[in-house]
Ligand binder design. Structure first.
Ligand code: MN
Length: 307
């Protein structure tokens, strides 16, 4: 196997995230990253599956319809048998590679998990919640450390792991199924022990499971190592394929460059693009970027009331 392609990139999305996944995989191909890709797809239209497959070396894994947030299937997808390489990289479907990020897709040591640590924020990283993590790790995984190994949370938008760590990823999956409610959304009630669902569960294991892999010292996939090669996480709602918010607007030119490439490659026809991904609509979406989160919330509420 080509030495550059030691890693499979894994991502997932429901129907509402399919455009995000298309942009993510297109950003790889656009930047010369030919790595195999596995996509967990829930309720996608045949057209979206066709478009993503047209990017080449993509395996689509159909996921059964569920109300449980798809992020809860990250560990299962990362360690599934469609991943044939030694390394695996999870990349959130609401992300894009800026530049050729091949170098960030493997770690320095197969025993470490590459993941971004970030500061604990009260009220989520409280002694009470840590005790719940410790107790749950002990209860469901059989053993737990007395005290936390780390004083940090982790961000699961981008993870790199070696195949050696797959058994640990399966523990993560197992723990997700045991501690999260079956209809969990992306974010639970603020302040609860598993506030950030799959992310909190992984943190609980890294902090308390005795033989959890160490977290790699350096994390290079954000722009700290190289400002021209990084993974852009299009956080916050609404996502750019629906509306632009003030945070995502900074990547407008980068995302639109990918859109132009998709059009040039004839993977997408201009008339098929969501309005927010059409250049002619830029003034409109730019003008409402500040209000977009509110418009988004109101639309969701309307859907809940009038469904
Ligand atoms: Mn995300």
């Amino acid at each position: 196997m080509n030495d550059d392609l030691k890693t499979t990139v894994v991502t997932a999305g429901d129907r509402g995230f399919a455009w995000g996944v298309l942009l993510l995989v297109a950003s790889m191909r656009r930047n010369g990253m030919k790595h195999p890709v596995v996509v967990g797809a829930m309720d996608w239209t045949p057209e979206m599956k066709k478009r993503v497959s047209a990017l080449g070396n993509v395996t689509i894994r159909e996921l059964p319809t569920t109300r449980r947030c798809l992020a809860c299937q990250k560990p299962m997808l990362m360690s599934c048998d469609d991943v044939k390489t030694d390394w695996v990289c999870w990349a959130d479907g609401d992300g894009a590679f800026v530049g050729d990020c091949s170098e960030w897709l493997t770690g320095d040591s197969p025993d470490e998990i590459v993941i971004r640590k970030y500061k604990q924020i009260a009220p989520d990283f409280t002694p009470e919640n840590l005790e719940i993590w410790r107790r749950d790790v002990e209860r469901f995984q059989g053993e737990a450390r007395e005290s936390s190994r780390y004083g940090t949370r982790v961000n699961t938008a981008f993870i790199v792991a070696h195949r050696k760590i797959f058994p640990f990823l399966r523990r993560w999956q197992d723990q997700v199924m045991k501690v999260l409610p079956p209809d969990v959304g992306i974010i639970m009630k603020h302040g609860s022990a598993y506030f950030q669902t799959d992310e909190s569960v992984l943190a609980s294991l890294l902090c308390f499971y005795p033989s959890a892999p160490a977290i790699a010292e350096s994390y290079k996939a954000n722009a700290t190592a190289d400002r021209s090669r990084y993974f852009a996480h299009l956080a916050y709602n609404p996502k750019p394929w629906r509306m632009w918010n003030k945070y995502s607007m900074r990547w407008y030119d980068i995302i639109m460059d990918i859109v132009d490439w998709l059009l040039a490659e004839k993977i997408v026809a201009p008339s098929e693009l969501p309005l927010s991904l059409r250049r002619s609509w830029r003034p409109f979406f730019r003008a409402c970027a500040g209000a977009a989160p509110w418009i988004w919330r109101a639309t969701k509420l309307k859907r809940r009331i009038f469904k």
